[in-house]
Write a protein that binds this ligand. Structure first.
Ligand SMILES: Cc1ncc(COP(=O)(O)O)c(C=O)c1O
Length: 449
């Protein structure tokens, strides 16, 4: 039976009536109805093409034919749960193991980043027999209750901070407590975690885990200063806790130079637990927890089976394997590195022309451009960022979103097939819009005089 086709206004009306209104749409004033996609492009119901700088999930490109083919072939053959013996889950785990440091050699497959982080929390608690968790300010780790509790980005707007959760400063060298002029921000920010651990001990409590995104994203596309993670891991380990690296957004080669973003922190750093998600299935719900044998053994020792109905099913794992193949065959890491560097370079050049660009940061195709009202005070230019997002969509058909505590950071996390031409188009359009915004601002200032 052909699927019923709705006009955009009908879809919108039904969505308002039937879908919980806390599930928000992009561009809520004038939502876009997307009906198909390919590579880095999305198409609306009028066949208008949009350049997608938002969809980090569609990692190797929207609707990649190799992924569709792998999914359809396995779907046609078998899809059971992982209680039956099957090749795909072990072959996939083996490929993931080859991409990770040797000690991260045991895998649990789940369906979302939230499930992965919730399980990471359970593993850490079971292994350490401690409860308290340290998180980085503005972090987001998922939508389950356990994760809202460890996500300052959410709990600050809700019930507040639990007594077992402790918040370390965001290691943001642009607007944080230690900035780019500090001689060793990595050590200085790590020492804030050490201080927190001491406070926790003074209260008679014990550290279970330190959770951090390898590149904090909702915090504003932050690049952790060098040396931070290794030092934090040292402090957390000596307190009997474990280091959990949330790679849900940043894994699978987005940073280009490495397969995992935590590897940017150097060879001497290895997390105890890594959580994977979003790009893993290129849009199919597939996520995972990777950990050490010791932690997995402690979890097994509780005697309770871990069963996840859909996690690691043959179709999901066939898709996961195909994603790994495409990353390699199409050298998407290489592309993330060259195109990401080009984008960063173009945006950095714009910074010399536009006073409103306070900072450009990023690695691979994980790039942020922070807008400020004045460079001296670094006052966030929230309204201007929202205006740029709106105009990019309306005038140039480019989708970009904002992040950061003040929504003043334009973030770029496109599919890894993003091209040099795409990067150039984005930079040109931002240049034009900022030129216009700054000219209007000057006019207003003159009127005020
Ligand atoms: C860093 C990070 N961790 C975890 C999650 C939760 O993933 P999911 O939405 O797949 O449950 C997200 C989602 O945005 C995320 O950005």
């Amino acid at each position: 039976m052909a699927q019923q086709k709705l006009r955009k206004q009908e879809t919108l009306a039904m969505r308002k009536r039937l879908i919980g209104q806390s599930c928000r749409l992009f561009y809520s004033d004038d939502p876009v109805k997307i009906v198909r996609a390919r590579g880095q492009y999305l198409f609306d119901e009028n066949n208008q093409r949009y350049l997608d700088c938002i969809s980090n999930v569609h990692h190797v490109g929207h609707c990649h034919p190799k992924i569709t083919e792998a999914a359809a072939a396995q779907m046609d053959l078998l899809n059971t749960n992982s209680r039956f013996l099957h090749d795909n889950i072990v072959l996939y785990a083996d490929r993931l193991a080859a991409s990770l440091p040797e000690k991260l050699c045991v895998f649990y497959f789940v369906n979302s980043g939230s499930e992965a982080n919730d399980l990471a929390l359970r593993l850490a608690q079971q292994f350490t027999q401690h409860q308290d968790v340290i998180v980085v300010d503005h972090a987001y780790h998922g939508h389950l209750m356990s994760l809202i509790d460890i996500s300052p980005y959410k709990f600050r707007k809700l019930a507040g901070q639990k007594e077992w959760v402790h918040v370390a400063p965001l290691p943001d060298t642009y607007r944080g407590i230690y900035r780019e002029t500090h001689p060793n921000p990595g050590q200085a920010y790590a020492d804030t975690v050490k201080d927190l651990i001491e406070d926790v001990h003074k209260k008679g409590r014990k550290i279970c885990a330190f959770f951090a995104e390898s590149l904090p994203s909702v915090g504003g596309q932050i690049i952790l200063p060098q040396g931070y993670s290794a030092k934090v891991a040292e402090y957390v380990h000596s307190a009997g806790g474990v280091y959990v690296a949330d790679e849900v957004q940043t894994g699978f080669g987005r940073v280009g130079s490495h397969f995992w973003a935590f590897q940017l922190q150097g060879e001497d750093f290895c997390p105890d637990i890594v959580t994977l998600g979003k790009p893993m299935g290129n849009g199919h719900p597939l996520a995972c927890v990777a950990t050490t044998k010791e932690i997995a053994d402690a979890f097994t020792a509780n005697g309770v089976e871990y069963f996840n109905t859909f996690g690691g099913n043959p179709v999901s794992c066939a898709i996961g394997l195909a994603v790994l193949d495409v990353i390699k065959e199409e050298d998407l890491r290489g592309n993330a590195m060259t195109v990401g560097a080009h984008l960063k370079d173009l945006l950095t050049k714009l910074q010399t022309r536009h006073q409103m660009i306070g900072d450009v940061r990023g690695v691979g195709l994980f790039v942020g451009l922070e807008l400020v009202k004045d460079r001296e005070q670094r006052t966030p230019a929230t309204e201007c960022a929202a205006l740029v997002v709106k105009r990019l969509k309306e005038e140039d058909r480019i989708f970009v979103s904002t992040d950061g505590p003040w929504e003043s950071v334009l973030k770029f996390k496109p599919p890894l097939c993003f091209s040099m031409e795409d990067a150039e188009l984005v930079a040109q359009c931002i240049d034009r819009i900022l030129t216009d915004v700054e000219a209007k601002r000057l006019e207003l200032e003159k009127e005020d005089i």
